[in-house]
Unconditional design. Structure first.
Ligand code: BGC
Length: 552
């Protein structure tokens, strides 16, 4: 059958348009995506390793006072221990922009190799802390946190981008949801393992070794199997290599050649545009075509942790303990709900739509936390009291169930979408740098709110006041972001994304103004609230038919 190119579609015969996104999944693509998804596992395992801080053998090895039942750590010990998480997150924040720069200049694969190597080195180093000299045990842990954290910044920047670029468009949302699933699996595996490793002198060392395995696997698979991203290869004029990679990814699909041609020509169209302008810089995220996707990606990434999730990820044991429940058992329930609900997200993320999930997810979070604050205030009970009277017990149970429901809502909406949206919105020229800034945003709220803020607020005030502040922050930051800054991007190919974000400050011949962008997103929100879907892909096709887009 004759194939000819028309725009970024290939027409096979008179009436069979083959969209670039018709590539399916074969075993090679699955292996490639599996490797990218494993990046989430190492991040999740690390979130879980924070629990080693309460292990007696770890504390003894680090010469830190062991926790006494019913007693709190001293301020000095708390400050010392907080460095464990904070250094890791600060180092991730610093590492991300380097990853963005390298990935746009030297390719995605190199960044994955550096990421896995650094993470692996950090994990192995921490597991050996104090073996050579006891005097440097804690310093070794901190050094390991910095090195591993740098690798983590690289992993979080590159894996969602790589997965988005190599996944067939129709599975892109699901692929990145698997990335989030593997984060939750890492957190869960570590919660389980910690309970068991706690008993052994070398248990904490093994916890770090557990992180090293997926890192080593990523490294081996990257060196042996993974192709460079075909989009990056096309960008640096290596069309033949891009076609080789794409042919492997499309192997076994009907119309393989047409599909490869279509993907190449779709990417080339964007590359031609890119080549007429200079290489993208971080500054370009604040102007021209970079600004609207940057506002959207950055604020979505920042909002993910404003929801309050890491207060529960980091302090659930303390919160459940104060509420009078078995802290380890309930923490495990929370983390399994987080993982299982993310599986549900895999089925809804492509059907429901990105914005649909974040809008309804945010509204649900606001209702959940408002109810908790209202019930505590209305009943006037002290939720941390151990009196055991029936009203107090009911409010404690209610609060715990609401925390579980929050976790389910988060896992279906903000968990995956906090990574999917930043990974897909940027134009190719700014993708690495844009994603890096999103990781910076995510780490900022992780440190400010997850590592410190919410728990400090709870200790200084009360549970109900902290939950009330959560409501305010979810309304002011998170809801505003999803209503005005996030357009629906379901089903839109990476190349067509620029049509969804065809807005800039002041507007231009090619792009609308930012107020038009905010208004479009607001109207989409209204459609979502009245249960009418948004279909951006069809909107783009209609615009193309009316020759609107072709002039952009
Ligand atoms: C977030 C983490 C969070 C985890 C919980 C991730 O997507 O980035 O901050 O701890 O989800 O599942």
């Amino acid at each position: 059958m004759l194939a000819h190119k028309s725009d970024n579609r290939i027409v096979v015969g008179p009436s069979e348009p083959v969209e670039p996104e018709e590539r399916g999944l074969n075993s090679y693509t699955l292996t490639v995506l599996f490797t990218a998804i494993m990046g989430g596992l190492v991040f999740g395992l690390d979130i879980g390793t924070t629990a080693v801080l309460s292990m007696d053998y770890f504390r003894t090895a680090m010469e830190i006072p062991i926790m006494q039942p019913g007693a709190e750590d001293s301020i000095d010990v708390t400050n010392q221990l907080s460095l464990f998480a904070v250094l890791f997150h600060v180092s991730s924040l610093v590492g991300a922009p380097f990853a963005g720069q390298i990935s746009d200049k030297y390719g995605r694969k190199l960044v994955i190799i550096i990421a896995a190597t650094l993470f692996l080195a950090g994990a192995v180093w921490q597991s050996c802390a104090g073996l050579i000299s006891q005097d440097f045990a804690w310093a070794s842990i901190l050094l390991g946190r910095v090195v591993g954290g740098f690798g983590n910044g690289f992993i979080l920047t590159i894996m969602p981008v790589y997965a988005s670029e190599l996944s067939p468009a129709k599975y892109r949302g699901q692929t990145v949801t698997f990335f989030q699933l593997s984060i939750t699996a890492g957190i869960f595996i570590m919660a389980l393992a910690n309970n068991f490793l706690d008993e052994f002198v070398w248990g904490w060392r093994l916890a770090f070794v557990l992180q090293a395995f997926p890192c080593a696997l990523i490294l081996i698979l990257t060196l042996v199997v993974l192709p460079e991203s075909p989009r990056y290869l096309l960008l640096v004029d290596k069309e033949e290599s891009a076609r080789v990679a794409l042919n492997k990814l499309a192997k076994g699909c009907p119309n393989q050649t047409a599909i490869v041609d279509a993907e190449v020509s779709a990417a080339m169209e964007e590359i031609q545009r890119i080549k007429s302008v200079e290489e993208g810089t971080f500054l370009d995220l604040f102007r021209g075509e970079g600004y609207a996707p940057f506002l959207c990606g950055f604020m979505v990434a920042l909002s993910q942790n404003v929801t309050g999730v890491n207060w529960f990820m980091n302090y659930a044991t303390t919160i459940f303990d104060s509420l009078g429940y078995n802290k380890f058992a309930m923490d495990l329930v929370l983390k399994s709900l987080n993982m299982v609900a993310t599986i549900a997200a895999i089925f809804v993320v492509e059907k429901g739509g990105r914005k649909f999930l974040t809008v309804w997810g945010t509204l649900s979070v606001i209702v959940i936390f408002s109810l908790v604050a209202l019930v505590i205030v209305a009943t006037g009970v002290d939720v941390f009291s151990t009196t055991g009277d029936s009203q107090t017990s009911s409010v404690q149970l209610f609060t715990m169930i609401m925390i579980f429901i929050f976790q389910i809502v988060f896992a279906i909406s903000w968990g995956p979408l906090g990574w999917i949206v930043p990974g897909e919105v940027f134009p190719m020229r700014l993708r690495g740098k844009g994603m890096a800034m999103c990781v910076v945003a995510n780490m900022l709220t992780n440190i400010a709110l997850g590592d410190y803020g919410f728990q400090a607020l709870k200790v200084a005030t009360s549970l109900q006041f902290t939950v009330f502040i959560l409501v305010v922050m979810n309304v002011v930051i998170v809801l505003t972001t999803v209503v005005f800054l996030q357009p629906e991007t379901k089903g839109v190919s990476l190349e067509d994304m620029r049509h969804v974000f065809a807005y800039e400050r002041g507007g231009s011949e090619q792009r609308g103004t930012m107020s038009q962008f905010f208004k479009k997103n607001w109207i989409q929100t209204l459609r979502i609230l009245s249960f009418r879907g948004n279909d951006p892909k069809t909107e783009i096709l209609l615009m193309e038919n009316e020759n609107i887009v072709s002039s952009i």
